[in-house]
Design a binder for this molecule. Structure first.
Ligand code: AMP
Ligand code: MG
Length: 328
């Protein structure tokens, strides 16, 4: 198994040396655990793709420790400067990733060969300390095998990636629990490429323009992907998962043991073949516990996870997006 250490200052210093030597370190961010490498070292970045089994067409987010570091990675033209300043002032450090025109210093492996680079400043103190100690930006996707559930605890990383990672820094459970919002600033008005806990409405109120609130479909048609890596199936447990409205009725009728993930109370007469987990009925608290719950349900001896459909409102958009992909 990979080395797993509490994220003390000594462990972070050791992790920074691993990064500078071209190795892989898993570390906590406020969204999910990331699998980090020196973003400017194409060989190190290639190891991320190998460890995850990630298709080369799926680009990585580059993590920085201050907004000033964007300049070294991306072109900030006259048309980007004001909106970029506005969204970094409002949401950084935090769970918002910004897509900008890339500079040549960013390896093709990071951008999947495309003309843009995605950049984020996380707000987790361990992530910031690691980036600063390494002295380089960190390319880091979620620290799980491709398509599988994102890790919200260090143990999830150890179970999923094992020896493929040189060191895992344990910073406890993550608090946001869902991957960052991805916003494309290369067009105007900007486009939301992936919904997250920074919502379209919050971004609109800062930018003063309506942004497209729903990501462009990316189901592998003849159009080039607007957001590379937005696979229909992603973020998925191994167990078959279905999202259903009338979850208690469906679970009760099931012929075999079934796991239920719901956000309303179960009926009093729930049969014993139904194992229910109840999450909070509020989107932020639900998101914070979603992957943890799915990791647990995935370990039960059931062949089906039924997830109660969440409300169709905007504040649940990010959760609906992940549940849709988990069940695809
Ligand atoms: P992950 O870090 O595993 O959550 O995946 C990163 C996601 O960020 C990708 O799957 C894309 O959806 C998005 N992304 C990263 N780089 C770019 C980019 N240059 N352009 C558009 N989307 C990007
Ligand atoms: Mg991922």
């Amino acid at each position: 198994m990979a080395r797993l250490l509490p994220a003390t200052p000594d462990a972070i210093a050791g992790a920074a040396r691993i990064i500078r030597d071209g190795g892989l370190v898993a570390f906590p961010t406020e969204t999910v655990y990331g699998l980090g490498a020196n973003a400017l070292d194409a060989g190190a970045v290639a190891r991320i793709f190998a460890a995850k089994g990630r298709p080369a067409s799926n680009p990585l987010i580059v993590h920085v420790a201050s907004p000033e570091e964007i300049d070294a990675l991306a072109y900030v033209g006259a048309q980007h400067a004001a909106p970029l300043q506005a969204v970094t002032d409002a949401f950084w450090p935090g769970p918002l990733t910004l897509v900008l025109p890339r500079k040549p210093v960013v390896p093709d492996t990071v951008t999947a060969g495309g003309p843009t680079v995605a950049v984020r400043m996380p707000r987790h103190s361990v992530a910031l300390a690691l980036i600063r100690a390494a002295g380089v930006p960190l390319a880091a996707p979620s620290a799980n095998r491709s398509e599988q559930l994102s890790p919200t605890r260090a143990e999830h990383v150890a179970q999923g990636l094992g020896d493929a990672v040189d060191l895992i820094l344990d910073g406890g459970p993550t608090d946001v629990g869902l991957e960052s919002t991805v916003l494309d600033l290369t067009e105007w008005p900007p486009r939301l490429l992936r919904p997250g806990m920074v919502t379209a409405a919050e971004i609109e109120s800062v930018l003063g323009v309506p942004i497209s609130a729903h990501p462009a479909p990316n189901s592998g048609g003849s159009e080039p992907a607007r957001s590379p890596g937005r696979m229909p199936r992603h973020y998925a447990p191994r167990t078959r998962l279905r999202v259903v409205t009338d979850v208690w009725a469906e679970a009760t009728c099931a012929a075999a043991p079934v796991a239920v993930l719901a956000h309303t109370s179960p009926p009093a007469d729930l049969p014993p073949h139904v194992q229910a987990t109840i999450l909070p009925a509020e989107p932020r608290a639900y998101a914070a516990h979603l992957y943890e719950a799915l990791h647990q349900l995935d370990r039960l001896a059931v062949s089906l996870i039924l997830v109660q459909a969440v409300p169709e409102t905007d504040d649940w958009l990010a959760v609906r997006d992940r549940l849709g992909r988990a069940g695809a």
